[in-house]
Design a protein around this ligand. Structure first.
Ligand SMILES: *Cc1c(COP(=O)(O)O)cnc(C)c1O
Length: 360
């Protein structure tokens, strides 16, 4: 089976983690600091704060930005549930804005009508590795004095107009094993804002500034030095991994272009899309339904996945909270999307197997 994802770990990761184990210093320490410095420098921000998951990064980024009870945060319903849940963790309310038909990212033209006096922040998601329309979103934030927090959990190394995703506002990253780079579990917050960075460091570690001096209510969201050691190795390979994803996507898109009813991913002209996922639309003109296509691909040894089968507001949790949104572009996307393998380690013959399976 050609799996949709698998982490790419080599001897250097094994050696790095063994060194940490032998040192006996396992919790957040010097490796984590090194990883933070390297990550900040890669993204182009002054600060980076490591956490033990992308979800924790989102939670801390929102809290450190001052989001709390009664605030509204505008976000995309077409994402992993962690994006919206992090807003709920803060006692704030996610406000869903429909997505763009082509990019699957939040549609900036629909944001203004959802802004109220309670709106405090916009939390766009760079879905599948493609940056959102950051110029337009940044304009809206400036106009309405809103905080910008980016869910870049799928967009390590992605760029908008030559600037890295996660460097426009407060950036949040995940290093879960399926992401473009991994630490097992892990996350990172990136920012140029010194006071947000300082607050984030405190929130990650029980609100402490100095050793056992606790100023605010915080959490244990610390990264381990084992995870950080893996992260340092992975960051060194990220550009190469991403380039191979881009090349694989280019090949697949070219081959799919001629198939009736299959829509290859759209790439915005001024972005570097790093193809966390290679997601096609299975339209009505295609000979099979999406589920039949999945089944048939699986019979031909090709894995696939649906990200995401439901807009977040349709999840039980949100229905119970009283959400009754019905955003047409998100609804349609949830019915039509199918992600195919685009992993950096796919061989040419595997890429050809994927195309052959689609043609059959
Ligand atoms: C993976 C992911 C997260 C959460 O990251 P974890 O490390 O799994 O907590 C949040 N948002 C998006 C868009 C993601 O893909």
């Amino acid at each position: 089976m050609i799996n949709i994802s698998s982490p790419l770990l080599g001897n250097d990761e094994i050696e790095a983690i063994t060194k940490v184990l032998r040192s006996g210093a396992l919790a957040q320490g010097t490796e984590t600091e090194k990883f933070e410095e390297a990550f900040a420098s890669y993204i182009g921000t002054k600060y980076a704060i490591a956490t033990n998951s992308g979800t924790a990064a989102l939670h801390v980024a929102l809290l450190a930005s001052g989001i709390g009870e009664g605030d509204e945060v505008i976000t995309s319903p077409f994402s992993f549930i962690a994006t919206a849940n992090a807003i709920l963790f803060c006692g704030a309310k996610p406000i869903f804005v429909d997505i763009d038909e082509d990019t699957f990212n939040i549609n900036p033209n629909l944001i203004r009508e959802k802004i109220t006096p309670r709106t405090k922040a916009i939390l766009p998601v760079h879905l599948y590795g493609q940056p959102c329309d950051m110029k337009e979103i940044a304009n809206i934030c400036n106009e309405h004095d809103l905080i910008l927090i980016e869910d870049a959990c799928q967009a390590h190394g992605a760029e908008y107009a030559g600037k890295k995703a996660g460097s426009f506002g407060v950036g949040c990253f995940s290093f879960y094993p399926t992401k473009n780079m991994t630490t097992g579990e892990g996350g990172m917050i990136t920012t140029d804002n010194e006071s947000i960075a300082e607050k984030a460091r405190m929130l990650r570690s029980h609100g402490q500034r100095g050793r056992y001096v606790h100023e605010i209510l915080g959490y244990n969201y610390r990264m381990t030095d084992m995870a950080a050691a893996i992260g340092i190795c992975q960051l060194g390979k990220l550009d190469e991994f991403n380039q191979r994803r881009i090349d694989n996507a280019k090949f697949l898109s070219g081959e799919i272009a001629g198939i009736e009813g299959l829509v290859p991913p759209f790439v915005t002209p001024n972005v570097r899309h790093v193809f966390h996922q290679f997601t096609v639309r299975v339209g009505k003109e295609f000979t099979l339904s999406r589920d039949e296509l999945r089944q048939s691909l699986s019979e031909h040894g090709v894995g696939s996945a649906i990200y995401y089968p439901l807009p977040i507001y349709r999840q039980q949790l949100y229905q119970k909270l009283g959400y009754d949104d019905n955003l047409p572009v998100s609804e349609k996307a949830a019915q039509e999307v199918l992600s195919l393998p685009v992993r950096p380690d796919l061989r040419q013959e595997e890429l050809e197997t994927i195309v052959r399976a689609l043609l059959k």
